[in-house]
Design a protein around this ligand. Structure first.
Ligand SMILES: Nc1ncnc2c1ncn2[C@@H]1O[C@H](COP(=O)(O)OP(=O)(O)OP(=O)(O)O)[C@@H](O)[C@H]1O
Length: 301
């Protein structure tokens, strides 16, 4: 199988700080990946190395089978959209779109113009006069209309309202269905994009914590709701990753015990309401678990 991206032992160090520490993963063709992790985890650094904006300190990196650095053949297949993109001062929206049309071989002008309408972008307005959300919309539009075989969105929607974010998800999924490509999306709005992601890469403190299909990850846990007494009885002896109380109603998220039948049928038999657990809860749980482990192992030294 050929992969769109293959990284092996990828490391980026700034002095003593390893922003990315010995990370290995592969991205398949035509799949939507979420690159998740808390602030400073190393997501942007990984994306910068894949898109040849930064050079790795060590490890190997292949994008479409080649090293991406100053490699036009590779880079014309990669579209990288970041929240803080800078544009020339004298450019208006139309200039930016024309530049993008020249840059990306798969650019679809008709699609781009339909997105201009839907995102209500003023073509003649200078980029520096756009609102924060409008700037994000321009980036999203370029990411979508470029139809690049590898499209990378690094937290692309700063300032974008909920309705526009939903528009982004809807158009991405529709267009992806017709023109599949590999998408790598980093975001902190995990539950908003949860259903869109096919695969999750979770980074914490520069290290890869999870590299797993989203469905399989979700299958690791479930939540139960009911009275406090019933929930506490059921969760006793189980691994609870989250517990919320609203009035008399308690909802607990539970990890399936490995090697055991998952407890969902038993929960239902105990009059508890069973539901899937959110991707955000799972990523928070695994991140905290690693942070706790590293604190306790330091304490033990
Ligand atoms: N040029 C640099 N010099 C020194 N340290 C840096 C540099 N760029 C990034 N770092 C550090 O590398 C780590 C990873 O940063 P990175 O921007 O990749 O995180 P991130 O996961 O994208 O975070 P966020 O979600 O906050 O955007 C952080 O500790 C950051 O301070």
């Amino acid at each position: 199988m050929t992969y769109v991206v293959e990284v092996n032992g990828l490391t980026k160090a700034y002095g003593d700080v390893k922003a990315v520490n010995n990370v290995s993963f592969k991205l398949e063709t035509d799949k939507i990946y979420g690159l998740l992790g808390s602030n400073g985890a190393g997501k942007t650094t990984i994306m910068h190395m894949i898109s040849a904006q930064q050079f790795e300190t060590s490890g190997s990196l292949r994008v479409f089978g080649e090293h991406p650095y100053e490699n036009n053949h590779v880079l014309q297949q990669v579209c990288f959209i970041k929240e803080s993109q800078k544009y020339p001062d004298n450019y208006n929206v139309r200039d930016v779109l024309e530049t993008a049309a020249d840059l990306y071989p798969n650019w679809d002008q008709q699609f781009a113009m339909s997105l201009v309408e839907e995102f209500q972008l003023p073509l003649k307005r200078h980029m520096k006069k756009l609102s924060r959300g409008m700037l994000s919309s321009v980036g999203i539009l370029i990411g979508l209309a470029s139809r690049a075989p590898l499209t990378i969105f690094d937290e692309p929607y700063l300032g974008l309202d909920a309705e526009k974010r939903q528009l982004f998800y809807d158009r991405l999924l529709e267009d992806y269905a017709e023109h599949p490509r590999t998408i790598l999306l980093s975001t902190h709005l995990i539950d908003e994009v949860g259903t869109m992601l096919e695969h999750v890469l979770l980074i914490n403190r520069g290290q890869l914590l999870l590299d797993e299909e989203t469905d399989s990850l979700r299958g690791r846990a479930f939540s139960v709701s009911g009275t406090a007494a019933a929930v506490d009885r059921f969760t006793s002896g189980r691994t609870v990753i989250d517990r919320q109380q609203l009035g008399g109603l308690v909802t607990a998220s539970i990890l399936n015990n490995p090697g055991q039948l998952n407890g969902q049928a038993e929960a239902e038999a105990n009059a508890l309401t069973v539901a899937p657990v959110s991707l955000q809860q799972l990523t928070v749980y695994y991140t905290r678990l690693q942070n706790r482990d590293s604190v306790s192992s330091k304490g033990a030294k």
